[in-house]
Design a protein around this ligand. Structure first.
Ligand code: HEC
Length: 268
């Protein structure tokens, strides 16, 4: 009997410690009770170990005992189990929703606020850009008028001629003149003459004529040296008049006398 009391006390002490520890760790009360229950269960097992051993028995008696033991175990298990609070998922969902709903609403409201703020910031930026563009336009207008007046050598004209030269070079690349003609030391394959000195031999107008009608000029002696590779008669169909002029003007700027561009002879 003294043994039973001793083990019960140990069980209660251990259960108390577990109860306190789980409480300190913030476990819900149900779990604290559960841990206390485990400690008491342990104590009971140790107490049972000390009980006097039963006389061995068999046959129908043993089967009956087994059934009784199983029944007690099942009833205890089911009873204790149903004593614990039952969790209905729908119930829990409802509880969680109740907690989350105000937070969600707060979040949605916050999101709208942020979006509104961003829209406002973008709007301001757009206004700023428009203002800057308007300021630029205002600065441009008087400058254009001055250029139109023809007082000073205008920057617009320089820019325009720069653009024209660029257009000419673009046409040189686009029409693939470099396939036959060397220029700036690039291209050629010796099918057509090097053109670096063409500006000293032909005017822009004459070059344009040559491009539009390759038979109008013949490079002197060139056909003797390089039989094949006659200049194609297709550019008048491929190129806009403005493009031909740009290309011819650009080529007329090449006046490098150290390059031996053959003399063109007027044919028609
Ligand atoms: C398939 C080869 C070929 C292509 C492509 C070609 N040419 Fe020619 N070009 C020649 C040949 C060959 C000559 C020399 C014979 C002649 O004058 O017809 C020549 C002559 C010229 C001449 C006169 C040169 C001189 O010294 O008399 C000019 C200018 C010229 N080409 C410009 C161009 C331009 C600009 C292009 C591009 C739009 C071009 N060529 C495309 C073959 C070509």
């Amino acid at each position: 009997m003294g043994n039973v009391i001793k083990k019960s006390i140990v069980g209660i002490v251990v259960g108390g410690i577990l109860f306190g520890a789980t409480n300190a760790l913030g476990f819900p009360f149900v779990f604290q009770a559960l841990f206390f229950g485990y400690a008491m269960l342990g104590a009971i097992v140790f107490i049972i170990l000390d009980l006097p051993t039963l006389k061995p028995f068999g046959g129908v008696k043993a089967v009956g005992a087994l059934i009784v033991f199983y029944s007690i175990l099942s009833v205890t298990f089911i009873a204790v189990g149903s004593m614990w609070p039952q969790y209905d998922p729908e119930d829990e969902k409802g509880k969680i929703d109740k907690i989350l709903k105000p937070k969600r609403e707060q979040y949605e409201a916050g999101k709208v606020d942020v979006l509104l703020q961003r829209a406002k910031a973008l709007d301001e930026k757009a206004k700023e850009l428009t203002a800057r563009l308007q300021a630029l336009g205002a600065a441009q207008a008087p400058a254009d008028q001055k250029a139109g007046g023809g007082a000073a050598p205008s920057a617009t004209t320089a820019a325009a001629s720069g653009d024209l030269a660029k257009l000419g070079e673009e046409q040189w690349q686009l029409q693939e003149c470099y396939n036959c003609h060397k220029l700036n030391g690039e291209g050629g394959k010796k099918r057509g003459p090097e053109l670096d000195n063409i500006g000293n031999l032909l005017t822009a107008e004459e070059i344009a004529k040559k491009i539009l009608d390759p038979k109008s000029y013949k490079a002197e002696g060139f056909e003797k040296e390089f039989e094949k590779g006659k200049m194609p008669d297709k550019y008048k169909d491929l190129m806009e008049p403005g493009d031909v002029q740009a290309l011819a003007g650009w080529l007329a700027g090449y006046k490098n006398a150290s390059v031996n561009t053959p003399k063109p002879i007027k044919m028609k």
